[in-house]
Ligand binder design. Structure first.
Ligand SMILES: Cc1cc2nc3c(=O)[nH]c(=O)nc-3n(C[C@H](O)[C@H](O)[C@H](O)COP(=O)(O)OP(=O)(O)OC[C@H]3O[C@@H](n4cnc5c(N)ncnc54)[C@H](O)[C@@H]3O)c2cc1C
Length: 354
């Protein structure tokens, strides 16, 4: 019997995969409804289709181009392989429904408060004992804390607004805004009028967010905020029969702060370990851990960039040969992209001088 704490995308995806193999799975979610509330932009790279058959049930838009802006306002427009914009409530619910149809049970209004020797205590309802416990309970993981493997993790803060713009825009284009520090801003279209406008940063998130909102003329339809863990390759992600996955295990790309696809990838690894045995830590290191480490290295370099560095970077990316490489290699697994960029355009070496 496997108990998964957290009915987010990663917990539900894992539940759907384990239950498909005939494993008895129970998912415990603190809220009264799966997928509510959410704090997420829901942009997923083309790699989503490596994990699931992409469904129109939750995809609200598809984009195939990005405009990336440097601090001085100059930009580069790059063609992308199809990215999916999902409705997170529908996305999370979709995997919960698949899991349930395979026989898994989803228990809502069940907030885990502590865990001791396989015994789970909830805010309401009876205690439950389980052979295997998975913490898919997000960045502030109670499972991680109770098992003593929460670690000394760092977070960035993300703020986002859903905005109805006054002017129509091209709904096939996602905009990214770069700036010094570990700031990243984005405008992700749902359609020609409604966009998800947000920023993530260690510091000054409120100011950056207000500036970005001011620049775009529109009516705010809703607000969302959340913390995003910074990947820590040294974090313990298992102890005895307890495993952490997704944001609970800090499995988030440190460059763009996207955590859904890495979390699903890690869930596949964990599924195999639960079914066949082996070391989850080692298997993660050999697979998704490698690319998460590359994202972390790139983030550490980016954190040292000045505004001028970003201006120069965007200028360099305007070369057709560079755009082609970015299109071919995608941002999900960046190691090949980096190597190819350095070979094709040695001027990128300047950016690893740090
Ligand atoms: C503003 C913002 C924008 C983002 N945009 C993107 C994006 O565009 N693309 C992308 O890939 N990622 C994005 N992310 C990151 C993404 O949201 C996370 O990586 C993703 O949600 C992680 O999924 P998860 O299932 O691991 O955790 P979560 O989505 O956090 O799910 C955890 C679940 O566990 C439940 N839970 C928590 N504690 C308990 C408890 N004690 N007992 C029971 N249940 C509990 C929660 O209610 C929740 O349902 C964004 C994050 C933010 C903050």
């Amino acid at each position: 019997m496997v108990s998964i704490i957290g009915a987010g995308p990663v917990g539900n995806y894992l539940a759907s995969k384990l239950s498909a193999e005939g494993v008895k799975v129970d998912v415990y979610e603190e809220h009264s409804k799966v997928g509510v509330p959410i704090a997420c932009t829901g942009i997923l790279t083309s790699y989503l289709s490596d994990f699931v058959k992409v469904s129109e049930d939750y995809v609200v838009n598809k984009i195939d181009r990005t405009d990336v802006y440097s601090p001085n306002g100059s930009s580069v427009s790059i063609k992308l392989k199809k990215n999916f914009i999902v409705d997170r409530t529908l996305f999370d619910s979709h995997f919960a429904e698949v899991a349930e149809s395979n026989g898994a049970k989803i228990h809502v209004n069940r907030k885990l408060v502590s865990l001791n020797n396989g015994l789970m205590k909830f805010q309401k309802g009876r205690d439950v004992r389980s052979e295997v416990i998975v913490g898919a309970d997000g960045p502030n993981s109670v499972v991680g804390r109770s098992a003593g493997i929460f670690g000394d993790r760092n977070f960035v803060v993300g703020h986002q607004a859903r905005v109805k713009l006054k002017e129509k825009i091209d709904s096939n284009v996602v905009e990214f805004f770069l700036n010094e520090g570990n700031y990243i801003g984005w405008l992700v279209p749902e359609d020609e009028r409604v966009v998800r406008l947000g920023v993530a940063s260690h510091v000054g998130t409120d100011n950056y967010f207000n500036e970005l909102l001011k620049k775009r003329n529109g009516k705010v339809l809703g607000w969302q905020s959340g913390v995003i863990p910074v990947y820590d390759p040294k974090l313990k992600i298992e102890k005895d029969n307890v495993f952490l996955v997704g944001d609970a295990a800090t499995q988030v790309k440190a460059t763009t702060y996207g955590g859904i696809i890495p979390g699903m990838h890690a869930a596949d690894v964990l599924k195999d370990v639960i079914l066949n045995g082996g070391s989850y830590t080692k298997c993660v290191k050999k697979t998704i851990g490698k690319s998460l480490k590359t994202h972390l290295h790139i983030r550490k370099l980016m954190n040292k960039f000045s505004k001028d560095d970003y201006n120069e970077l965007v200028k360099l990316c305007n070369k057709d040969s560079v755009k082609k490489l970015i299109y071919e290699h995608d941002r999900e697994y960046p190691k090949k992209l980096l190597t190819s960029l350095l070979l094709k355009e040695p001027r990128f070496l300047k950016f690893i001088r740090f």
